[in-house]
Design a protein. Structure first.
Length: 449
C-alpha cells in the first residue's frame, strides 16, 4: 500500500507539476511582457515628447534617456523609427514593420527584427499648429530574449518551490501511511503468535476501517471452529456408537465360528445379520447427519416445494428397510408448499423422520406436507401414542435415554431433522393427538416476490 501510494502521489505530483509549469511559464511570460512593455511605453513617450516643429518641419531631438532602461537587457537589440507625414522616415531604422491597420494612437504588436522575434510599440503624436498640422509616429522595438529569460526564471523559481513541497508531501504521506498501517502489522504479529488450534475471536483495538476486516476474520474463524467442532463430534459419536455394536458383532461371529450345533449356529447368524442391519442404519444416519450439518452452512438456499420432498421420500425404498411390511401413505394437497432451503438436506431429514416412525411408531405411517398458521410443514405421522412426556422433551438430542437409563436408539434421526430445521430458520415440533403422534419440520414460507 505504501508503494502504491508513493506511485500514485508521484504520478499526481508529476501531472500537477506539468500543469503548474505551464501555468507558471504563462504567468512569467505575461509578467515579463508587462514589465518590458512599460519600458517600451516610456521610451516611445520620451521620443515623442522630444519632437518639435521648426519652420513647419518636425524635428526630433532624440533623448539618450529613452534607451537607458531598455539598454539594461544587454542580450537584446533595440530599434526605433520616427515617421512624418506620408510615412516618411525622419530618423531611425528603415523598413521597420508597421502595426496592423485600425489600431489606436498607442499600439503594441509582435514582429521580427533581423530574424529575431521582437516586440514593438507605436505611439502617435498629433500636431495642430500654423506651420504644421498632422501626425508623427514613433516606433520603438526590442528583441524578446530578456523577456523569455525572465519568464523562464519565474518558472524555475515556481518549480523549485513545487519540488520542495512535493518532497515534503511525499515524506509526510509515507509517514502517515505507515502510522495508519501499524494496526495491521500488529494484527498480523498477533495472528502469527497464535496457537494453530486457537480459533477464538480476535480482540484488538483497531481503527474502524480495519475493524470490518477483523470482524470478517472472526466470522471466518467462527465458521471454521464450527466445522472443527462438527468433525470432533462426528468422530466422538462414531467412536461411541460403533464400539459396542462392533464388539457385539465380533462376539457373535466368534460364537458362530465355534458353534457345532447347526440350529444354534443359525440362531447366532440370524442375530449377527440383525446386528449388521442396525449397524448399517446407524452408519447411514451418522453420515447423513454430517452431510446435513455441512450443507446447512454451505448450501445455497433455493425455492423448494415440500410436496416434492414428501413424494420423493415416499417413493424411496431406503427408509422402508427398517419395517418392510409396514403400511406407508402419502398426504399432499394441490397448493404448493414453498420454502427457501436445500432440497438434499430436507430429503435426508424426511428420510430419517420416516425411518424413525417405522422403527419406533405404529403403522400405518403417513408422510405429507402442508401450510399451517405456524409455517410450511413437512411431517410424518403414525397412529401410536408417541413417546412419553419425559422422552418427548429430549427429542432432537443425540443418544437420548429412557427413564431407566436404557438407550432407545441413537437419536440421530431426530437430531438430523432438528439440525436441518434450525439451519433454515425453522424448528422441529412434535405433538400427540387423537390421530396419533406427529412430528414435523416447520419452516418459514418462501417470501412473495
Amino acid at each position: 500500500m505504501t508503494a502504491r501510494l508513493v506511485v500514485g502521489l508521484s504520478a499526481l505530483l508529476l501531472i500537477g507539476g506539468l500543469i503548474l509549469s505551464l501555468a507558471a511559464f504563462a504567468y512569467g511570460r505575461a509578467a515579463a511582457r508587462d514589465a518590458f512593455d512599460r519600458l517600451l511605453v516610456g521610451a516611445a513617450n520620451d521620443i515623442a515628447a522630444s519632437i518639435s516643429i521648426v519652420d513647419g518641419v518636425p524635428v526630433v531631438d532624440l533623448p539618450l534617456s529613452a534607451f537607458e532602461l531598455l539598454g539594461l537587457a544587454q542580450e537584446d537589440r533595440i530599434a526605433y523609427q520616427v515617421l512624418g507625414p506620408q510615412d516618411t522616415v525622419l530618423t531611425g531604422y528603415d523598413l521597420l514593420p508597421l502595426p496592423p491597420e485600425g489600431q489606436g494612437d498607442v499600439a503594441f504588436y509582435d514582429a521580427s527584427f533581423t530574424g529575431d522575434p521582437a516586440r514593438y510599440i507605436r505611439v502617435t503624436r498629433r500636431f495642430a499648429e500654423r506651420q504644421f498640422s498632422g501626425a508623427v509616429q514613433v516606433i520603438v522595438g526590442q528583441t524578446t530574449h530578456a523577456r523569455t529569460e525572465l519568464a523562464l526564471d519565474i518558472t524555475r523559481n515556481a518549480l523549485a518551490g513545487l519540488v520542495v513541497g512535493g518532497v515534503a508531501i511525499m515524506t509526510f504521506a509515507v509517514f502517515v501511511v505507515r502510522q495508519a498501517l501499524r494496526p495491521l502489522n500488529q494484527l498480523a504479529a498477533s495472528l502469527a503468535l497464535r496457537d494453530p488450534r486457537d480459533l477464538t475471536p480476535i480482540d484488538a483495538a483497531v481503527p474502524p476501517e480495519v475493524d470490518a476486516m477483523v470482524q470478517a476474520i472472526n466470522g471466518f474463524m467462527g465458521r471454521l471452529n464450527g466445522q472443527f467442532r462438527t468433525m470432533k463430534n462426528l468422530i466422538s459419536d462414531t467412536a461411541h456408537q460403533l464400539r459396542t455394536p462392533v464388539a457385539a458383532l465380533r462376539a457373535q461371529a466368534d460364537l458362530a465360528a465355534g458353534e457345532e450345533d447347526a440350529g444354534a449356529q443359525k440362531a447366532i447368524v440370524t442375530r449377527l445379520h440383525s446386528g449388521t442391519v442396525r449397524l448399517s442404519r446407524l452408519l447411514d444416519q451418522m453420515l447423513s447427519r454430517a452431510l446435513v450439518i455441512h450443507r446447512g452452512g454451505a448450501a445455497r438456499r433455493e425455492p423448494i416445494d415440500l410436496r416434492d420432498i414428501a413424494l420423493d421420500v415416499f417413493d424411496d425404498a431406503d427408509p422402508r428397510h427398517v419395517a418392510p411390511e409396514a403400511e406407508v401413505h402419502l398426504e399432499i394437497g394441490e397448493a404448493p408448499v414453498m420454502v427457501l432451503a436445500d432440497g438434499l438436506s430436507l430429503t435426508e431429514a424426511a428420510k430419517n423422520l420416516l425411518g424413525n416412525a417405522l422403527a419406533h411408531g405404529t403403522a400405518p405411517i403417513t408422510i405429507g406436507a402442508d401450510q399451517s398458521l405456524l409455517g410450511a410443514r413437512l411431517w410424518v405421522r403414525d397412529v401410536g401414542a408417541g413417546p412419553s412426556p419425559a422422552l418427548l422433551a429430549q427429542l432432537g438430542e443425540r443418544f437420548a435415554t429412557g427413564a431407566a437409563g436404557r438407550v432407545r436408539g441413537s437419536g440421530l434421526g431426530l437430531s438430523i431433522a432438528q439440525a436441518v430445521a434450525e439451519a433454515f430458520d425453522g424448528e422441529l415440533q412434535a405433538e400427540s393427538g387423537p390421530e396419533g403422534f406427529c412430528i414435523a419440520i416447520v419452516l418459514p414460507p418462501e417470501p412473495e416476490p
